[in-house]
Write a protein that binds this ligand. Structure first.
Ligand SMILES: CC(=O)N[C@H]1[C@@H](OP(=O)(O)OP(=O)(O)OC[C@H]2O[C@@H](n3ccc(=O)[nH]c3=O)[C@H](O)[C@@H]2O)O[C@H](CO)[C@@H](O)[C@@H]1O
Ligand SMILES: C=C(OP(=O)(O)O)C(=O)O
Length: 424
């Protein structure tokens, strides 16, 4: 297993290219199952989650190329010969459940393992299933698998109002509705840029969709979809993560390809804390406006609110901001695993239920730390950038799920960071 070792105290200067979004790519890839013609993605990121989705699609009979220059990922689902998504793959990555809607829509049947909970919370998939039932799916849960059939062999247009906003359930329902017979109306849907990206890709494949980016999606099902080439939207979570780096370590960094519209609520909060964010055709440039960073309160919410996937990284920044900040995590019930690790580095954090109170300290101190999920891991690297001495973050496989070339990107702007092999 590898670790990341950071020597803190270097101010940062330069540019970081931002990759295509993991969470967009993971919902765009299953769209290949909807057509017998090829779907090609460009700007796909080089991440272990993308590799896992590749293996899952290949296990169903799809052809998926290895990632080429420019993030080109060529896929073809001409011969889908297996309709079972096995537990061994699904348990590695929750986004695997996104093959259920498209398989059901294409061939009228599918068997997909239930993903189970994970470190950040229970994360049920009941809303995915209820939305598919509203489109005419008959579901049976047996031995840890969802056995799904479309009544009469084809899904039918239907209406479903989500009781809470769910990104994944919106995606699964949209992926299914595009080939259902008739009109579907999905209400209280997620509005994340990744949903807008999925709708645009499906439209390029011939789907009839209205309302992406709003609370209601209206989909007129078509009999077949064709091939397309689609660029994956910029990763707003990678963008926000690296925007925090110069605020923590000092200096000025340009995030190439960054756009404010992807992260308006996040930009507003870091500006309230003392950041200066400048938008240009090249991207977003970030530095401290004047003097040290100050405390701000943060509440996570579905888009366009403050993303839960940036809560851990924001906490790392607030650990050395002047004053006391309150972070309310409203999406996942157990997403503060980074707090005890940051405390080991000298941070002052009290966690009660879904609320963390952070009192800024002058300086963090490097320490060996360990993270149990993706964003928690990167928050420890960010904290290490300004900590006194050495921070060693172990269990780097979490990081590899969502950040490509993290050492290259941060050392490119002057951080002292390396990846090392652990002694066994
Ligand atoms: C691969 C991917 O895109 N992952 C993102 C996606 O996860 P994911 O799609 O899993 O997150 P959801 O938006 O579905 O989850 C939101 C909330 O709804 C609950 N819920 C969800 C589905 C369901 O059937 N029942 C239910 O109760 C969840 O437990 C959670 O409390 O959106 C999250 C919220 O922005 C992000 O943190 C994840 O990075
Ligand atoms: C929680 C995340 O991903 P996933 O939904 O795949 O677990 C994330 O990207 O921060």
């Amino acid at each position: 297993m590898d670790s990341i070792v950071v020597q803190g105290g270097q101010a940062l200067k330069g540019s970081i290219p931002i990759a295509g979004a993991k969470n967009a790519c993971l919902t765009l890839m299953p769209a290949t199952l909807l057509s017998e013609e090829p779907l090609t993605l460009t700007n796909a990121p080089r991440l272990s989650d993308i590799r896992t989705m590749t293996l899952l699609l290949q296990s169903l009979g799809a052809e998926v190329s290895s990632l080429a220059e420019g993030g080109v990922l060529a896929m073809s689902s001409h011969d889908i010969n297996n309709h079972t998504a096995d537990y061994d793959i699904v348990r590695k990555m929750r986004a695997s459940i996104l093959v259920l809607g498209p398989m059901l829509a294409r061939d009228g049947h599918a068997i997909v393992s239930l993903p189970g909970g994970c470190a950040i919370g229970a994360r049920p998939v009941d809303l995915h299933l209820k939305a598919l039932e509203a489109l005419g799916a008959e579901l049976d849960l047996r031995e840890g698998y969802v056995h799904a059939k479309a009544t009469g062999g084809r899904l039918k247009g239907g209406r479903y109002a989500f009781p809470i906003v769910s990104v994944g359930a919106t995606e699964n329902a949209l992926l299914a509705a595009v080939l259902a017979k008739g009109t579907s109306v999905l209400e209280n849907v997620a509005r994340e840029p990744e949903i807008v990206d999925l709708a645009q890709c499906l439209r390029a494949m011939g789907a009839h969709i209205e309302g992406e980016g709003t609370g209601t999606l209206t989909i007129e099902g078509v009999d077949r979809l064709h091939g397309a080439t689609h660029p994956v939207v910029t990763d707003r979570i990678e963008l926000g993560t690296y925007m925090l780096a110069p605020l923590i370590a000092g200096g000025e960094v340009t995030l190439q390809g960054g756009r404010r519209g992807l992260l308006e609520a996040f930009c507003e909060r870091i500006e309230a804390a003392g950041a200066e964010v400048t938008e240009s055709p090249a991207g977003l440039t970030v530095r401290r406006a004047n003097g040290p960073m100050r405390a701000v309160d943060v509440e996570t919410a579905p888009f366009p609110g403050f993303p839960t996937d940036l809560q851990a990284q924001m906490m790392a920044m607030l650990c050395t901001a002047e004053g006391t900040s309150v972070l309310d995590e409203k999406i996942f019930e157990n997403r503060f695993m980074h707090a005890p690790e940051l405390t080991r580095m000298g941070a002052k954090i009290d966690v009660h239920g879904g609320t963390a109170t952070v009192t800024g300290v002058d300086r963090l101190r490097g320490a060996p730390v360990m993270a149990t999920d993706l964003r928690a891991s990167v928050s420890l690297i960010l904290a290490g950038l300004a900590a006194e001495g050495e921070t060693k973050v172990s269990r780097v496989y979490h990081l590899d799920r969502g950040y490509e070339h993290v050492v290259r990107k941060l050392s490119g702007v002057g951080a002292k960071i390396e990846r090392v092999k652990d002694d066994v």
